[in-house]
Write a protein that binds this ligand. Sequence first.
Ligand code: MGD
Ligand code: MGD
Ligand code: SF4
Ligand code: MO
Length: 745
Amino acid sequence: MNSSRRDFIKISMWGAGAAAVAGSLYSVDVFGGNKEDFNYDRPDLKRFPTYCDVCFWKCAGWTYVDDKGTIKKIIGNDIDTHSKGRLCTRGTGGLGMHFDDDRLKTPLIRVSKKGEKSVFREASWEEAISLVASKMKDIKSKYGAESFALLKHGAIGSHLEHLFSAYGSDTVAEPAFAQCRGPRDEGLKLTFGESCGSPEATDMRDSKCLVFIGSHIGENMHNSQVQEVSEAIDKGVTIITVDPRLSTVASKSKYWLPIRPATDMALLLAWMNVIIFEDLYDAAYVAKYTTGFDELKEHVRQFTPEWAYSITDLTPKMIRDSAREMAKAAPATLIHPGRHSTWYGDDTQRTRAIGILNALLGTWGRRGGFYFNEKAKVPKYPHPEYPEPAWKAKDLNVNLLFANQGVTNEVIRASIPGEDTTHQVKAWMVAGTNLTQSVPTEKNLMMKAIEALEFLVVIDIYPVEITGYADVVLPECSYLERYDDLRNSDFRTPSIALRMPAAAPRWESKPGWWIGKQIGLKLGLGDYYKFNDYTDILDWQFKQMGTSLEEMKHIGVKNLPRTSGPLYIEDGAEHIFKTDSGKIELYSQKLKDVGLDPMPVYTAHEQPPKDYFRLNYGRAPMHTFSKTVNSPNLNDLRSENALWVNPKVGKIWNLKSGQPVWLKNQDDVVSSFPIKVRLTERIRWDSVYMVHGFGQKNPEMKRSYGKGVNDTEMITKLMVDPLMGGTGMRGNFVTILTENPKETV
Ligand SMILES: Nc1nc2c(c(=O)[nH]1)N[C@H]1C(S)=C(S)[C@@H](COP(=O)(O)OP(=O)(O)OC[C@H]3O[C@@H](n4cnc5c(=O)[nH]c(N)nc54)[C@H](O)[C@@H]3O)O[C@H]1N2
Ligand SMILES: Nc1nc2c(c(=O)[nH]1)N[C@H]1C(S)=C(S)[C@@H](COP(=O)(O)OP(=O)(O)OC[C@H]3O[C@@H](n4cnc5c(=O)[nH]c(N)nc54)[C@H](O)[C@@H]3O)O[C@H]1N2
Ligand code: SF4
Ligand SMILES: [Mo]
């Protein structure tokens, strides 16, 4: 057994608690750990390449299928950089998404009227697709194609973007921007001219000091990232974690900084102060590659650790010691920029502060810091030019000068008559995103928008909550049952990977590319669909790249050589950053020119009122958002979330671990379901914590219905980022109700 495997198990166990689950519903072992306990040479087995779709790390693997066509096992592909031969718990348990009998089985058409209890009837694909196409034509002729919005996430996105571009709409948005990475990506772009991408170009395996601010790796289970932290731990890395909660990675840290929530900016400024005024910064790097150092120095002069102490609850000694520790290891220090960064509304600026700290320590473009990633150049399958839409999703982002793509919340607002918006949206196609769970809104805007729509079509694999509001529901087949676009992501070296079916689509479900094509054909867009099967496109692309579909079926992944130059800036070499100045912008003239703060500033955010706690949320290692909570194997591992409460609070409120409670937020919204208390010292007294994704509302999701609380329900106040529209979600406060509030009504 090689050491990286053992380490990965170790690190996965931090959160999962158990390596394998007895009595799983299907004969697959849920954790990839016992890769060896399976006889891969059985003559009845065939293997098919895929890349995992349980989260967006897209780890390449192999599915093993027996001679009855039953999928028996999925494992990582050894030559793959994303998985390094191992899938995480979710990836291994991903087979549950194939086997789950609660899945959508046929197209559905609504028979009840709007506002009435939803009733659907089964329909043929022919009827359902014809209805969708006729509505698309109708919306286009009445309001223009742009009024039909696509809200999507995941693999199906590219297939439907092609359809929408051909149809004439660029009104496209996804929760990965304004609910997730948007502030981080825009903040890094403003500072370095580019973001760290996904998978993040963080060189953690060679880091000597790792700093995690929120970012809860180990619960956030992005595969190679977790393996690299594990490698770094084996090599003696110093970890510093800033988190109001003792996260898994905080428990592995030399320094855990249990910061008062919402005050990170003060810590970041104080760290800059120490690093600059104790001369701990990389003077040569700063002189050569950055601009605005003198302004920054003046700016942070006042932000001493003593100043930050009263704001953050972190002692000046702790702030100084941790800053020195970072400097000691630099440039092999990585201050991780996080991923889910929509916290308190000043998130683009907070990421800029993280970027600036990295720049002071000279970590961008350095071993153990950030490397320069690269992806393959994949030729586009030929099609006619797309028509130019009269307006684009970005045109809805008035005043959001740094929102470089569609913002879900702006599309939602544009769908409500009477809202102040530049254009009106009249219909949605929602695919691969359970909107009511993934996009919190204020003042019930989500429901108002859904009610105002003339048409809503949802494409999903499950009867999740959003399908209940649809006029038409289309069942996609699971990722194990389909071809998809080839995988091409940024990494240290470029690679491509193939996803092909290991089994036939179950029931009447169909692949996303097929659904897109059928709608396209009905719309008269046949010129954009000059292929029979998706394999035509894949084979054509692979052949342009020196391989073929046939070869890819045998290797799954093809690693390609780098062509963009070295991974790091070579010692003292010239390097032009992709910013206006060609340098790392510690001071941003671009922000100054539009009247925004050129350097990050601290703003105090509201703290919870008496008897209320800040609602804090995060990830569980065995689940991805809401998309896995009904999956048999993963539901076995955890079927509901718990409410982390500090024991001091528990004592005052007379709470016991395991006791069900209901939550009420600052806007008097009460949770639909109860959640069980978990008393733990690992959370500050001023916050409560839960894992996102639970509290499913559709009873057809039999394993997950009514289990736990949906954090999105409790998030009715947003702190919107003025730069890019990110919806900061962490300014919500809840109080605890020990009696079922519904019984007293
Ligand atoms: N298992 C699993 N892994 C996943 C995912 C999944 O669904 N499941 N999702 C993936 C995706 S898309 C994303 S975006 C990432 C998200 O994962 P991360 O980017 O790591 O998320 P963070 O927002 O950093 O969040 C959670 C941590 O922030 C802490 N926190 C809360 N408030 C504050 C605060 O004010 N200050 C500080 N310093 N910390 C605070 C919480 O206690 C928690 O430990 O995870 C990815 N990985
Ligand atoms: N309150 C709150 N909101 C959040 C977050 C949070 O932590 N708390 N996290 C934010 C972050 S970081 C992100 S990235 C987003 C994630 O947001 P989403 O990606 O929307 O997450 P899910 O809610 O899991 O919705 C995924 C949907 O895809 C469906 N699905 C699964 N597989 C397939 C498939 O193969 N085909 C199709 N068509 N559908 C499929 C699932 O059934 C589910 O309905 O949420 C954001 N919103
Ligand atoms: S990190 Fe896990 S869930 Fe995500 S793609 Fe990789 S194996 Fe799948
Ligand atoms: Mo995310």
